[in-house]
Design a binder for this molecule. Structure first.
Ligand SMILES: CCCCCCCCCCCCCCC/C=C/C(=O)SCCNC(=O)CCNC(=O)[C@H](O)C(C)(C)COP(=O)(O)OP(=O)(O)OC[C@H]1O[C@@H](n2cnc3c(N)ncnc32)[C@H](O)[C@@H]1OP(=O)(O)O
Ligand code: FAD
Length: 558
């Protein structure tokens, strides 16, 4: 859970080689990396810049006389800062640097760079490298810093699957300007399943514990109830169970799309890139934010014991919440999706709705109302409506400012809160639709019934959560919202008997969960006592600090 020093080797270093190195280069490097003869990381972010990649300061200047690139970090803010596994473990890195050839700045490109001696592991001359120190979490990963002092690498270490620099310095452009960002798109494509998994772990702990913990009464005179029987507890946990499933389904789809993209790019077809970038930018942002919220609710649902490290939920939270920042800060990524949404609106206004991709086609189709009692399809129409409403509103605001003479960037900034709202709603629609499609495809009727209950819970919870948008233009009436509320409570109660099976179906072992509260056998109290007794403070009855500090204080006559 805390990560491990080779995580980035598998998650980004190897995928960057696969996607960006040529076949010839990979004959040299990939097999060695896969056999872990060399250990690598992905070094892009700098002390001064992470989000704005065009302003990365590390330069790779081509020296035609020696056919080498000279890597250099000219000032303190140019140091690479944050890359996982960089500090101590890696001896190689895929380094993203601004490439300069014949004095022309050609933007960020990826290079394979050796950092440490393969035998002694000592850092090489011209390289400064180390660990950035303790973090909120993820402390088993050595996130690092890296500086270059005119460090030379061969020309052939530029990853050349899509763009090339010939020996004489001729630059061959990639088929798409952002193709070098593929390692990030890959991780973003995997994040929905990864985050769904974090959420699932926290929920397994909280749901299991909630069937062990008894506190208070629902009907007087009865035995104290399992806290999971309280409607508030169910409302705290069950919508997140639905989300963990929904995120996993959405993630399967984006992983498949990424694999498809890789194949298409190899045949020169880059048409999927913009769609996948927009989709994964929104998805990573919404999923990480909602996962962090869901995990924190799971912790609070465990009361005081949730705050103990014995719950392990705080560690899961610390790791998961990092996802709101890494692979693109969430606001920045929501604004990337917003660019795509605004462009879609501009297309519709220009009478080109036919050109819209399938995920945004709904933006052109107005619906006057819905009959929610007819089922999930009507909820989808309601989600489409609120997303369309907000997307148009935000886009119109931006376009109006533009028309009034504001500079594009200023108009964008003044509309950005509204734009991020549109991106979230669009992404939540996508999550609901993939959830619906995935449940429809389930063959086993008993499984399908339980998942359908979760889907119903999800759509009711979501619609209620975005109700202000739907009420704003009278699309939904307050009596329709009463219906949604009733449905929500109905499904909370319906899911209760299956709640433990739903979390057990994720099959986390006790070793994986590392939680005293979430133990499969339910023996929470005995093990909490044993866990407390094992605390380092309990190794001796009287601590040395008693003689050193407490006694002098207690005996002082002052
Ligand atoms: C098994 C798999 C993994 C499982 C993961 C599960 C979790 C498990 C945990 C494991 C360990 C944890 C790992 C943590 C690892 C973390 C790694 C990192 O964080 S790496 C660094 C990540 N950094 C970023 O994400 C930086 C964010 N910034 C950007 O991406 C860009 O700067 C930007 C997109 C914000 C802007 O880019 P820029 O070049 O400046 O764009 P322009 O303004 O010039 O142009 C915008 C234009 O380009 C299009 N665009 C941008 N990016 C892409 C892309 N990737 N693909 C396609 N198109 C792209 C964009 O849409 C715009 O198009 P336009 O038509 O002009 O609107
Ligand atoms: C756990 C962890 C692991 C990481 N691993 C790696 C790794 O392996 N390799 C690597 O290269 N990097 C890694 N990073 C770095 C990470 O990718 C960056 O921190 C991230 O992309 C955010 O960039 P930043 O730090 O520059 O944030 P900033 O951009 O400085 O964000 C600060 C604030 O400014 C806002 N902001 C910035 N730009 C805009 C804008 N255009 N519009 C509106 N608001 C804006 C943001 O929303 C945010 O609120 C890791 C980070 C973490 C936390």
């Amino acid at each position: 859970m805390e990560g491990h020093p080779l995580a980035l080797h598998d998650v980004m270093f190897i995928p960057a080689l696969v996607a960006q190195a040529s076949d010839e280069q990979n004959k040299k490097w990939l097999r060695r990396a896969q056999r872990r003869e060399i250990v690598g990381c992905y070094a892009q972010t700098e002390l001064g810049h992470g989000s704005n990649l065009r302003k990365l300061e590390t330069t790779a200047t081509y020296d035609v006389s020696t056919q080498e690139f000279v890597l250099h970090t000219p000032q303190i803010t140019s140091l690479k800062w944050w890359p996982g596994g960089l500090g101590k473990s890696s001896n190689y890195a895929v380094v993203v640097a601004n490439m300069i050839v014949k004095e022309k700045h050609l933007g960020p490109h990826s290079f394979l760079v050796q950092l440490r001696d393969e035998i002694t592991h000592q850092s090489l001359k011209g390289i400064t490298v180390g660990d950035i120190g303790p973090k909120l979490s993820f402390n088993a990963i050595d996130n690092g810093f890296l500086g270059f002092d005119n460090y030379r690498i061969p020309r052939t270490n530029l990853l050349m699957r899509h763009s090339r620099v010939e020996p004489d310095g001729t630059y061959v452009k990639p088929p798409h300007a952002k193709i070098n960002y593929s390692a990030m798109v890959r991780v973003r494509s995997h994040m929905a399943t990864g985050q769904g998994n974090f959420l699932a772990q926290a929920l397994t702990i909280a749901v299991r514990y909630s069937t062990v913990r008894r506190q208070g009464f629902i009907e007087s005179g009865e035995q104290e109830v399992k806290v999971l029987d309280y409607q508030t507890q169910q409302h705290r946990l069950f919508p997140s169970i639905a989300k963990a499933y929904a995120f996993t389904f959405a993630g399967y789809e984006t992983i498949r799309l990424y694999e498809q993209l890789l194949k298409e790019v190899d045949t020169g077809n880059v048409s999927l890139m913009a769609d996948l970038h927009a989709l994964t930018s929104g998805l990573k942002s919404v999923v990480t934010h909602q996962t962090a919220q869901g995990i924190e609710q799971a912790r609070m649902a465990c009361g005081g014991h949730g705050y103990s490290q014995a719950s392990y939920i705080s560690e899961i939270f610390g790791v998961a919440v990092g996802g709101c920042t890494y692979e693109g800060e969430n606001m920045v990524m929501l604004l990337q999706l917003a660019r795509y949404l605004v462009k879609s609106v501009e297309q519709i206004k220009a009478g080109e709705s036919g050109k819209l991709g399938p995920l945004v086609a709904y933006l052109a189709v107005k619906v006057d109302g819905v009959d929610l009692e007819k089922g999930v399809e009507e909820y989808m129409k309601a989600f489409q409506h609120v997303s369309r409403l907000q997307t148009w509103k935000a886009s119109e605001k931006f376009l109006k400012l533009l028309k009034s003479g504001e500079k594009r960037e200023v108009a964008w900034n003044k509309s950005s809160v509204e734009l991020t709202r549109a991106s979230r709603l669009h992404t939540r629609l996508y999550i609901a639709e993939t959830f619906k499609r995935s449940v429809q495809e389930v063959a086993d009727p008993r499984l399908k019934e339980v998942l359908t209950d979760l889907l119903h819970l999800h759509v009711n919870y979501e619609l209620l959560d975005m109700a202000t948008y739907a009420l704003e233009d009278g699309f939904l009436s307050s009596s329709q919202l009463d219906y949604v509320r009733d449905q929500l409570y109905f499904y909370l109660a319906k899911i209760r008997p299956n709640a433990v099976s739903l979390v057990d179906s994720w099959e986390f072992s006790d070793m994986q969960l590392r939680s005293v509260l979430g133990r499969r056998d339910g023996n929470v109290y005995e093990n909490l006592v044993a866990w407390a007794k094992a605390s380092p403070l309990n190794k001796t009855d009287v601590l040395p600090s008693v003689e050193k500090y407490l006694k002098p204080m207690m005996n002082s006559k002052l």
